[in-house]
Design a protein around this ligand. Structure first.
Ligand SMILES: N[C@@H](CCC(=O)N[C@@H](CS)C(=O)NCC(=O)O)C(=O)O
Length: 233
């Protein structure tokens, strides 16, 4: 069976879990504990030289180390729903919205960057929180604006079905909720998140559904997430 090296709270792993679940693919989660630096072990670096999660290893040994490449590959190799809109313009827009998260936010707020800020540049927790907020807010505001501007939003960013845009947005909203960031400025993204969290593919991909989730993990996404009740009220 295909193996996905994953960490329950990692937003890049969360993306690929959603993609695999949307395709109803069989896969085995191999937990990599980022807090124990397992991503930097020699054994894991032999699988993923980037030293991050996820990594995806097929039964025949074919290995991928970047979440966006994995999602593209999964889309081409598994039957079932498409992970990108078919129309070329919609496809490019979905990709572009996804890039706000995957290229403009995530590389700046990644664990190794946060560690560098504190260990090499002496940033304290308040400074790191400010840094996280700065790049998260800017990227998410751009995603919100693009969804609004292109006017394609239905239940999801590009219409009725989830695509690469939603696959990237939902995990980052999880991260922002965990960091205590307000999501008031992103009503379209929040609505997408609500719609996504009605679907099994997203619920099963959520951090609290993972085999390596810590015991008693606060419910942020998934069926017990407080925002699902709050927003409905
Ligand atoms: N661009 C890569 C990033 C992978 C990555 O760095 N993932 C994070 C978790 S979300 C990680 O493993 N960080 C470990 C670290 O920073 O040491 C991707 O999209 O797959």
């Amino acid at each position: 069976m295909m193996k996905l090296y994953s960490y329950f709270r990692s937003s890049t792993s969360y993306r690929v879990r959603i993609a695999l679940n949307l395709k109803e693919a069989d896969y085995e989660i191999v937990p990599i504990n980022l807090l124990e630096a397992q991503q930097r072990s020699d054994e894991y670096l032999a699988i993923n030289p980037l030293g991050g999660v996820p990594a995806m290893v097929e039964e025949n040994g074919f290995t991928l180390c970047q979440s966006m490449a994995m999602i593209d590959y999964i889309d081409h190799t598994y039957s079932g729903v498409g992970l990108y809109p078919e129309n070329p313009q919609d496809r490019a827009i979905a990709h572009q919205i996804a890039c706000s998260v995957a290229e403009d936010i995530h590389p700046l707020i990644n664990l190794k960057v946060q560690k560098y800020l504190s260990e090499e540049l002496g940033a304290d927790d308040a400074a790191k929180k400010k840094w996280y907020a700065r790049w998260s807010r800017e990227g998410m505001a751009a995603a919100e604006k693009m969804i609004e501007r292109y006017g394609k939003a239905g239940d999801f960013a590009l219409g009725a079905a989830p695509s690469i845009a939603d696959i990237c947005i939902v995990p980052h909203l999880y991260s922002m909720r965990r960091m205590g960031e307000s999501l008031d400025a992103y009503p379209l993204c929040r609505q997408i998140e609500r719609n996504a969290m009605q679907l099994d593919a997203f619920i099963k991909a959520a951090p609290e559904s993972q085999p390596d989730a810590i015991e008693g993990l606060e419910a942020i996404h998934g069926i017990n997430a407080p925002f699902m009740r709050e927003d409905a009220a």
